[in-house]
Design a protein around this ligand. Structure first.
Ligand SMILES: *[C@@H]1O[C@H](CO)[C@@H](O)[C@H](O)[C@H]1NC(C)=O
Ligand SMILES: *[C@@H]1O[C@H](CO)[C@@H](O)[C@H](O)[C@H]1NC(C)=O
Ligand SMILES: *[C@@H]1O[C@H](CO)[C@@H](O)[C@H](O)[C@H]1NC(C)=O
Ligand SMILES: *[C@@H]1O[C@H](CO)[C@@H](O)[C@H](O)[C@H]1NC(C)=O
Ligand SMILES: *[C@@H]1O[C@H](CO)[C@@H](O)[C@H](O)[C@H]1NC(C)=O
Ligand SMILES: *[C@@H]1O[C@H](CO)[C@@H](O)[C@H](O)[C@H]1NC(C)=O
Ligand SMILES: *[C@@H]1O[C@H](CO)[C@@H](O)[C@H](O)[C@H]1NC(C)=O
Ligand SMILES: *[C@@H]1O[C@H](CO)[C@@H](O)[C@H](O)[C@H]1NC(C)=O
Length: 455
């Protein structure tokens, strides 16, 4: 028996990873909807939600770096969903759990791993966002608690899992961060996502939530507890619609269905691991250059590169953060380039009541008759020659309008990274109207402009 298994394992190892991925699992698809529409007046909220998000990511990164005083150095990364507050400008996906199945929306988060839902008996659960049903483990024939000596429990951060563990004890967790926490225990259930159904998926059954307004999360990170790791999908893709006219569902595709068919325009760059933060489960890319109009900014390897100190730097692609955050030096270059290109416009200052928590804002000229402001083009370059010509609405938008709907203040939707989290983050606004492929097995991140409604 053992030797057969060993030979099989050897044969599998010899096969190219692509062949494995293709045979593993049929693809499945689901849809995403944006939780909070961004319209003039709503940007401050988005920046505030991002603030909570960044605090969570910072906490997670600190723990992953082994720097949190309460966290052991070999937790596989935090990935808690201790989180995402009220959705952080994120996207919901409908899933169902249990037998019979109960449907509910969860936040889709490439920045974390655990799958997590509210469970009865709930001592402290949030009634919002509606509909936010609570799972009833006692009424499901497929529900099963995971033991605390199993591998899934060991993947939880040390600080969150039980201090003492024996064969009969359940895997209780309590994730804390900042002022929030979520407590419960790990279990397995039958999970349905879109048109795919999967037995025995490990998830967190939360019975006590000290974090606001989230009924659950599905982590799509690279850690072992995430949906994509548990189902070994190998790759996934999504396309976020900026035009939400007909209800705004955006497609997300897993496994063999996840591919970019827009061949001629596909750009690709390697997905990286942070060499100084091996436990980090983020999707890192190598941002090597930025152009504002025809000006190439003086980006060097250290502008957005990994750093041996602090939280490791680098650039991640994250579905759960709304705006884009650039490492301070890189941001300063971008800001200066925009300022010099837009010098003929009046910039608003905090003193003039602007900037909605944004940094670089302009007032289109009074009496300009609503004439369009010419905004400089923005392009991001990645290792391997990939270039992203960012659609203007993905980085510059009206944040205030008059009663006739004319934009009165427009801002750059890019901000400097915070001191707590000196990592560059490509947020979901900058991902819109693009088909993004996270090819985990192939180690590549690819993207192409797309009409998301037609995918
Ligand atoms: C989830 O289901 C609800 C209720 O059936 C529906 O209104 C909503 O549009 C669905 N959301 C997604 C992302 O499919
Ligand atoms: C949670 O939702 C309620 C009601 O929608 C809202 O008033 C509150 O501000 C939300 N909490 C957070 C942290 O966003
Ligand atoms: C957990 O404990 C039980 C009972 O002692 C044992 O049978 C099982 O193999 C253990 N599981 C792991 C992953 O150690
Ligand atoms: C944590 O590290 C110790 C020793 O460094 C090792 O024995 C243990 O298996 C590790 N645990 C996990 C979950 O990786
Ligand atoms: C196992 O752990 C649980 C919770 O920590 C405890 O209540 C129980 O007494 C323990 N059982 C044994 C056999 O040690
Ligand atoms: C979880 O931790 C929070 C904050 O530390 C605490 O208030 C709460 O009582 C804990 N809940 C459980 C079930 O341990
Ligand atoms: C900038 O502001 C000044 C003073 O309010 C005004 O005279 C000028 O027309 C404005 N320029 C533009 C381009 O809007
Ligand atoms: C990023 O790309 C640049 C240019 O191709 C290269 O010099 C650098 O080593 C890359 N960094 C990493 C971490 O791969």
């Amino acid at each position: 028996m053992a030797s057969t298994a060993a030979i099989l394992a050897l044969i599998l190892l010899l096969l190219p990873p692509i062949a494995l991925a293709a045979g593993d699992l049929n693809g499945f698809r689901a849809t995403l909807t944006r939780i909070h529409q961004l319209s003039p007046g709503k940007h401050s909220e988005a920046v505030r939600r991002d603030g909570h998000r960044l605090a969570f990511l910072s906490y997670a990164a600190t723990a992953a770096a082994g720097k949190a005083t309460t966290t052991g150095t070999n937790s596989s990364s935090v990935n808690v969903q201790a989180q995402l507050e009220n959705g952080a400008g994120a996207y919901n996906m409908n899933i169902s759990l249990g037998t019979p199945p109960l449907d509910f929306p969860v936040i889709v988060d490439t920045g974390s791993n655990l799958i997590w839902a509210q469970c009865a008996p709930c001592t402290r659960c949030f009634p919002r966002p509606t509909p936010a049903p609570v799972l009833q483990p006692a009424r499901s024939s497929t529900f099963s608690r995971l033991p605390c000596n199993g591998s899934f429990c060991q993947y939880l951060p040390t600080s969150s899992r039980p201090r003492t563990c024996n064969a009969t004890a359940a895997c209780a967790y309590n994730y804390t961060y900042g002022s929030g926490y979520t407590a419960g225990y790990l279990a397995t259930e039958t999970l349905t996502v879109g048109d795919g159904t999967f037995p025995k998926v490990a998830f967190g059954c939360s019975t006590e939530n000290g974090v606001d307004n989230s009924s659950g999360i599905v982590g799509l990170g690279r850690g072992p507890l995430s949906l994509v790791s548990q189902l070994a999908v190998g790759r996934f893709s999504y396309c976020l619609r900026s035009d939400m006219a007909d209800g705004g569902a955006s497609p997300i595709l897993f496994g063999s269905l996840a591919k970019l068919t827009e061949r001629s325009v596909v750009q690709s760059t390697p997905l990286l691991k942070n060499p100084y933060l091996q436990r980090s489960t983020h999707y890192y890319v190598n941002l090597t250059g930025i152009a504002v109009d025809s000006t190439e900014l003086p980006v060097t390897g250290s502008t957005f590169g990994f750093t041996q100190t602090g939280l490791g730097g680098g650039t991640i692609v994250d579905s759960g953060t709304t705006l884009t955050y650039l490492a301070k030096d890189g941001y300063a270059m971008v800001k200066q380039a925009f300022q010099s290109q837009m010098a003929n416009l009046n910039q608003t200052t905090p003193a003039s009541g602007a900037p909605y928590d944004l940094d670089l804002c302009y007032k289109p000229s009074a009496g300009g008759g609503g004439k369009a402001v010419r905004v400089p083009r923005l392009a991001l370059r990645f290792a391997g020659g990939a270039k992203y010509n960012v659609p203007v609405q993905n980085y510059f938008a009206g944040v205030e309008a008059d009663s006739q709907g004319r934009v009165t203040v427009a801002c750059l939707l890019v901000l400097p990274a915070t001191d707590d989290l000196p990592i560059s983050i490509i947020g979901n606004l900058m991902q819109m109207d693009m088909h993004l492929l996270y090819d985990i097995d192939g180690g590549m991140f690819s993207f192409a402009p797309a009409d998301c409604a037609k995918l």
